[in-house]
Design a protein around this ligand. Structure first.
Ligand SMILES: Cc1cc2nc3c(=O)[nH]c(=O)nc-3n(C[C@H](O)[C@H](O)[C@H](O)COP(=O)(O)O)c2cc1C
Length: 196
């Protein structure tokens, strides 16, 4: 009833979805099986995505908290009801690495992964995850003032740091510039205005 009322007031051209608490983590409360039925009911009434959280309903809950701990609920909803209805499922909860994000997506456990506290801990998380995976699309653009730092800092054994040690007496000429501090090359800044 609530979703119907919101759907009616919300422009038809705009997406509407629901965040659910998949289990109450408490005897007698909602269970992850109930969550599938709840998701099915919301989908029947026009929800276009289901964002799957859990708990925070009763004080005496006993959540099984841990890495990616709510993803199994998203997985269950996606694969039992949402995918066949063309509805996206968002996994959330203690996901903190892009490896985990990619694993959840590639395994078909969710359509999107949302990170909350990870971004409070490191507000640059998305930019760094993009840089580390060589992603250069529109989904993560470095603000101009930070753009010079978008290369991952060289680590001890990277082959990016020059000069490299060499055992031959006459090593070939090597560029001595520290890569991180040379201005970005023209090809990388075609859409930027730079000063000297
Ligand atoms: C400061 C803070 C406020 C939050 N407020 C809400 C809220 O109002 N409604 C809600 O559904 N979730 C809320 N959450 C939960 C987050 O949306 C998210 O689901 C939760 O933190 C688990 O994801 P995470 O482990 O990536 O942070 C809040 C979380 C934090 C840390």
């Amino acid at each position: 009833e609530v979703l119907d009322a919101v759907r009616e007031a919300w422009p038809a051209s705009k997406t509407i979805g629901v965040r659910i608490s998949a289990t109450d983590w408490s005897p007698g409360g909602n269970t992850e099986e109930d969550a599938v039925d709840i998701a099915r009911a919301f989908i029947a009434h026009g929800a276009q995505f289901i964002d799957v959280s859990s708990g925070q309903i009763v004080k005496d809950e006993k959540p099984a908290f841990g890495r990616s701990y709510q993803t199994p609920f998203a997985d269950r909803i996606r694969n039992q009801v949402a995918a066949e209805a063309g509805v996206s499922v968002i996994a959330v909860g203690a996901v903190s690495s892009y490896d985990d994000v990619n694993s959840i997506l590639l395994a078909g456990r969710a359509d999107l992964v949302a990170l909350g506290r990870t971004h409070l801990y490191n507000p640059q998380w998305t930019l760094q995850a993009a840089a580390e995976q060589d992603y250069t699309g529109d989904g993560a653009t470095w603000p101009l003032p930070f753009k010079a730092g978008r290369r991952k800092p060289p680590a001890a054994r990277t082959d990016a740091v020059r000069p490299r040690l060499s055992l031959v007496r006459e090593a070939e000429e090597q560029e001595q510039t520290h890569l991180r501090w040379i201005p970005a090359r023209k090809s990388e800044t075609s859409n930027l205005v730079t000063s000297a």
